[in-house]
Design a protein around this ligand. Structure first.
Ligand code: FDP
Length: 345
């Protein structure tokens, strides 16, 4: 594999980077390259709004409740429509699905159907919008399974192992796009003065020595014995390990991004808070799977506490899953605590 690294003073735009990756695959038609570029464009458009979210009209809630039972923020809607509209007419996609929509999003019949499938969480961490805390767009790309015509629900219900590409755009103190096509994880920072994503973090690897653990400790009383003991272990309470520092933004993309750069583990376990959602809050397809692909490509691992997230066969678009993600040894350690203390009847 050829390393695409900026030589001193050389600027690598996301377009050039994706094109160079494409050249490693002589069989490639360029459609994926274009699709990733469309997603980057959507990210730029969404970033231009999120950075002005405090400015009057866009801030605040709509009165609507989305499929997850949460209040829809105006920016969520904007991000959802931006992703959809920038991708509905290109002929690259057979079907899309969004965390904000109950059913799959068909490609309008006047446009040709393409060979890829796009799933996205338009604005993850959106309960943080009003507080000027980073949020992000998470995306996953698959090849369609159906042979022709409009894409189907089954095209969207593929295990993470089938992913072609995944990534996120983080709207933080700067806007970053991080993606993988299975050849390493690459991070780009948006230079607002030229309006381009520039390669800033080639071949990201999670540092071997973890710095942080990230979890909503406020829910401790709702956790299983194994998860509680695991949390004690991470805090050095059992005297076995040195305590890790705790960082929890409550915006998954931001928490994942920090741990990707600094090393650590994020988890959102199953809890007993609400019997209607026994598997925790996070969505398998829109959140866990794409981040699991990135984690694996960066040398890490993601699990639901028992299974590798990438091996889970989804049964519905909005299913939830417990998630442990980050440094491999820390995630495997969680699996051991769960196996030892949370026997499944
Ligand atoms: P949000 O509801 O703000 O969109 O799954 C969504 C998510 O945020 C994640 O980004 C975040 O990690 C998690 O929920 C936060 O949930 P808690 O408030 O329960 O900790």
């Amino acid at each position: 594999m050829k390393t695409i690294e900026p030589e001193s003073g050389q600027i690598i735009t996301i377009e050039r980077h994706i094109l160079e990756e494409q050249r490693h695959h002589p069989e490639a038609t360029g459609v994926l390259t274009q699709l990733l570029y469309d997603i980057a464009l959507a990210g730029k458009v969404i970033a231009s709004k999120t950075s002005r979210a405090g400015l009057a009209e866009i801030l605040g809630r709509t009165e609507e409740i989305n499929i997850q039972g949460e209040v829809v923020q105006k920016l969520d809607r904007f991000a959802h429509l931006t992703m959809y509209r920038l991708n509905d007419h290109t002929g690259r996609l057979a079907v899309m699905a969004s965390e904000e929509n109950e059913d799959v999003l068909p490609i309008p019949s006047e446009y040709p159907a393409g060979k890829y499938v796009l799933l996205f969480d338009p604005l993850d961490g959106s309960s943080n919008i009003d507080f000027n805390i980073p949020v992000g767009t998470i995306f996953s790309v698959y090849l369609r399974l159906s042979e022709f015509g409009p894409g189907t629900l089954q095209d969207c219900l593929q295990p993470g192992r089938s992913l072609v590409a995944a990534g996120y755009i983080l709207y933080g103190s700067s806007t970053m796009l991080v993606y993988t096509t299975g050849e390493g994880v690459h991070g780009f920072t948006l230079d607002p003065s030229v309006g381009e994503f520039l390669l800033s973090h080639p071949y990201l690897k999670i540092p071997d020595k973890p710095a942080y653990f990230s979890v909503n400790l406020g829910y401790r009383k709702y956790w299983s014995e194994g998860v509680r003991r695991y949390s004690d272990y991470l805090q050095g309470r059992d005297g076995q390990a040195k305590a890790l520092s705790l960082r929890y933004v409550g915006s998954l993309v931001a928490d994942f991004h920090r741990n990707l750069l600094a090393g650590g583990v994020f988890y959102y376990p199953a809890d007993s808070q609400d019997p209607k959602i026994p598997y925790g809050k996070l969505r398998l397809l829109y959140e866990a799977v794409p981040l699991a692909f990135l984690a694996e490509q960066a040398g890490g691992y993601a699990s639901d506490g028992v299974h590798n997230i990438l091996d889970i066969a989804p049964v519905n678009l909005h299913q939830r899953t417990p998630l442990f993600i980050g440094n491999r040894d820390l995630v495997e350690c969680a699996e051991r605590f769960i196996a030892d203390y949370d026997a499944v009847e």
